[in-house]
Design a protein around this ligand. Structure first.
Ligand SMILES: Cc1cc2nc3c(=O)[nH]c(=O)nc-3n(C[C@H](O)[C@H](O)[C@H](O)COP(=O)(O)O)c2cc1C
Length: 319
């Protein structure tokens, strides 16, 4: 953190504070002549639940300061999203800020505005010195909430709330009574993502007359050199693709592998086909990643790797 420059400190301090988004309130009270007064204040905040206390602060230079210091109470109106011009009306010094506002007195005689997202009627409990402001702490006597979106204030401008979507699905994804599942069922999503992303390669293999089991067989042999037939079979069994007794003879006839006694190895043509499929997979991988940020890719990779680690303790590495 750099040392603040005294020439620009005030401006930068305000800008930094402006990063703290707040709601907007109008705080009203009565002055000594029983005239309504009000100010726009974004310094409102909650303090205590028991007893119910709130606070807000007012500049010592505010014309209405004496009224708040003496009245013994005030009403805090939390403004609704459409009330930005009312907020401006109460933020400008004026002899009658209530012009055009249909206000009425509350039970304690303090001004009540006709509309708000929430209202807190307060008795002034404490007043504290706070530099160039006075901090008012109010005990909440009564409050009310209306189903209206609130007005926000951020970096010197009004704003609306934009609620973020919940990332966590609330639906458990499976209904055992119904023997059904929805798209929030993680294992279904993983299977479906795998099925869809491997489809182009499966299709390409089919186009040249290779079954999925045969494709797995040539991939194991490309990556492992020479293996006993039984080794290839046991590795394939873990994928759920059980090879038939004829698989090696068939692949040799297609010139994709070479047999020598009980051992098998990849032939040049088999290796070329596998490399072709591998580059198809790689380009699909790149295309899919383009839809995500590097951070999303990194966390998805970590997530999938962890699932593999958790669920695959007794399964040998395939290749
Ligand atoms: C969105 C917004 C929030 C404000 N918040 C505060 C505040 O918390 N405290 C304050 O003293 N002035 C705040 N002001 C400025 C006062 O509303 C303004 O200075 C007001 O006119 C002072 O009251 P007065 O008319 O009695 O002098 C805010 C102004 C705006 C536009």
């Amino acid at each position: 953190m750099s040392k603040p420059d005294p020439k620009t400190f005030g401006h930068e301090f305000r800008n930094a504070l402006g990063q703290f988004a707040t709601g907007v309130t109008i705080v009203t009270t009565m002055d000594g002549e029983q005239k309504p007064v009000g100010v726009t204040a974004s310094s409102f905040n909650s303090v205590s639940l028991d007893p119910p206390l709130i606070l807000w602060s007012l500049a010592k230079t505010a014309h209405s300061m004496p009224a708040y210091q003496k009245s013994g109470g005030f009403n805090v109106h939390v403004l609704a999203s459409h009330q930005d011009s009312l907020s401006n009306q109460f933020a400008r010094p004026s002899d009658d800020k209530f012009v055009g506002v249909e206000w009425g007195p509350c039970a304690d005689g303090f001004p009540l505005l006709p509309e708000y997202a929430a209202l807190f009627r307060c008795k002034t409990s404490f007043q504290y010195e706070g530099g160039d402001h006075i901090i008012f702490v109010g005990e909440v006597i009564d409050f009310e909430r209306n189903e209206l979106p609130p007005l926000l204030f951020h970096s010197g401008r009004y704003a609306d709330t934009k609620v973020k979507d919940l990332d966590i699905p609330t639906d458990p994804g499976v209904d055992l009574a119904d023997a059904s599942f929805t798209e929030n069922f993680l294992l279904y999503l993983i299977s479906r993502a795998h099925f869809q992303t491997s489809n182009p390669v499966r299709q390409a293999a089919q186009d040249i007359g290779l079954s999925e089991t045969e494709y797995f067989c040539i991939s194991i042999l490309t990556m492992n050199g020479e293996l006993y037939q039984q080794e290839v079979i046991s590795r394939l069994e873990h994928t759920g693709h059980i090879p038939d007794a004829d698989i090696f003879a068939r692949l040799e006839r297609k010139a994709l592998i070479k047999r020598s006694g009980d051992k098998v190895a990849i032939a040049e043509q088999g290796r070329n086909i596998f490399v072709e499929f591998l580059s198809l997979s790689k380009s699909l991988d790149e295309q899919i990643k383009k839809h995500f940020t590097p951070e999303e890719v990194a966390s998805a990779t970590k997530f999938l790797q962890k699932i593999i680690d958790i669920t695959g303790t007794d399964i040998p590495e395939l290749w």
